[in-house]
Design a protein around this ligand. Structure first.
Ligand code: S3P
Length: 426
């Protein structure tokens, strides 16, 4: 589906977003592990989280929806049942990787599949550590999905240093570690999002610049209440739109302010963005609050290598913001972008070329310079929600607007994206 956007003149109002996608996946999985009813407020309504929910139902978890909350009725330790069909994780890497960590510890066989895009993404990164733990997990197709998981007598604790910065890999190991009496340690050289550690209340320490997260069966969760703050990775599109539209102000309410998720805000502030953050509260170690944004003049700055894993999902919209900021945009050390929902380096470069910009593509990044020559760009989404939203925002910022082909992929993370845009702009 093609969606045409006109230039937006003003952004205003208050915005409340559905729950953060990363926290929602984990709250569902952890509630499913626990015995009894957990109450989840403001769960994400994204297709990705729907995939986690469907898979959990397939392994015997009762999930009840009522107006204000989702109730997950977990069956406790080893309480899952063998699925009668393959577990289809759709487009969701988080579902496939986190759930595999849990399935690796069960006494039944399961097969994890995904859609065309997810079936091209690397799975060796979880197969390797889970095998080191003694899991019977293998790929049925060249280190990619489908994954075949067979029952294991007993998993063993490991100390695992992540070879790539990935919260999904870290979480797969930590979830499997819940089934082992001895302590499993995951070591990170660069920080990644820490929601699994928070929601499981794990012991995390820093030693010689390494982050060490520890887990054992003592951390096996109990049923509890969750409030899932608004999705900061969905908020960022509206933040950039507000910053770059004249006479605009926006308040984003009750959004996640977890420090492993706000690096893109810090970067925008260093670029000159007028953003104020007000912390309100925290639950299960997850902080949230309001963000106040005003129109600003931005200038491009150097993006340091260490923050790349913390802004990995925001790079498409940050690259868009950079086009309307002073100076040249360059990103490197970001080869992980090539194995996301699309090859995001390629997707971004192709859309920037469509706009008539000068683009240099590298293995691990790209740079963009020059003036937009094409006044009627037709951007492509490459079946990637973050590319779809980033170029929708760019279209709203261009003098003569622009169109976005494949807009439907926004539903992967924010099915309300177009409504939010309509309600907060004129
Ligand atoms: C996620 C982790 C990140 C991120 C993804 C969500 C998570 O992936 O890109 O959108 O919820 O753990 P990696 O861990 O593969 O970097």
């Amino acid at each position: 589906m093609i969606h045409k956007f006109d230039k937006i003149k003003k952004v205003s109002g208050n915005l409340s977003l559905a729950g953060d996608k990363s926290i929602s996946h984990r709250a569902l999985i952890i509630s499913a592990l626990a015995k009894g009813k957990s109450y989840l407020k403001n769960l994400s309504i994204s297709e990705d989280v729907r995939a986690t929910l469907n898979c959990l139902q397939q392994i015997g978890i009762e999930i009840i929806f009522n107006k204000n909350q989702t109730i997950v009725n977990g069956n406790g330790f080893k309480g899952f049942k063998k699925p009668s069909l393959n577990l289809n994780t759709g487009n969701s890497g988080t579902t496939a990787r986190l759930l595999s960590g849990v399935l690796a510890a069960q006494n039944f066989e399961s097969t994890v599949t995904g859609d065309f895009s997810l079936s091209k993404r690397p799975m060796n990164r979880i197969i390797e550590p889970l095998k080191l733990m003694g899991a019977q997990i293998s790929s049925l197709h060249k280190d990619k999905l489908p994954l075949q998981i067979n029952p294991t007598e007993k998993l063993k604790a490991i100390t695992y240093q992540l070879p790539i910065a990935s919260a999904q890999v870290k979480s797969a190991v930590l979830l499997a570690g819940l089934y082992i009496e001895e302590t499993t340690q995951v070591i990170e050289l660069t920080p990644t999002r820490n929601h699994t550690e928070n929601l499981l209340n794990l012991n995390v320490r820093i030693s010689e610049n390494k982050i060490i997260s520890c887990v054992s069966s003592k951390n096996y969760p109990e049923a509890k209440e969750y409030f899932i703050p608004g999705d900061i990775s969905s908020a960022i599109y509206f933040i950039v739109l507000t910053l770059l539209t004249k006479n605009s102000e926006l308040i984003i309410e009750n959004v996640s302010l977890n420090k492993t998720r706000t690096a893109a805000l810090d970067l925008l502030m260093k670029m000159g963005a007028k953003i104020n953050i007000e912390f309100s509260d925290e639950l299960n170690r997850e902080e949230y609050g309001n963000i106040y944004v005003e129109s600003s003049e931005l200038k491009n700055i150097k993006i340091e290598n260490e923050i790349i894993p913390l802004i990995i999902d925001e790079i498409p919209i940050l690259a868009v913001a950079s086009l309307l900021a002073d100076g040249e945009f360059k990103i490197s050390n970001a080869s992980e972008l090539r194995v996301k929902e699309s090859d995001r380096i390629k997707s971004l470069c192709q859309n920037f070329i469509e706009l008539g910009l000068n683009v240099a593509e590298y293995d691990d990044g790209f740079s963009v310079s020059g003036e937009a020559k094409n006044r009627k760009p037709n951007f492509k989404c490459f079946d990637d929600h973050r590319i779809a939203m980033a170029f929708s925002i760019l279209s709203c910022l261009l003098k003569k607007g622009g169109s976005v082909e494949g807009i439907e992929s926004i539903a992967i993370s924010n099915p309300d994206f177009l409504r939010h845009l309509k309600e907060n702009s004129s």
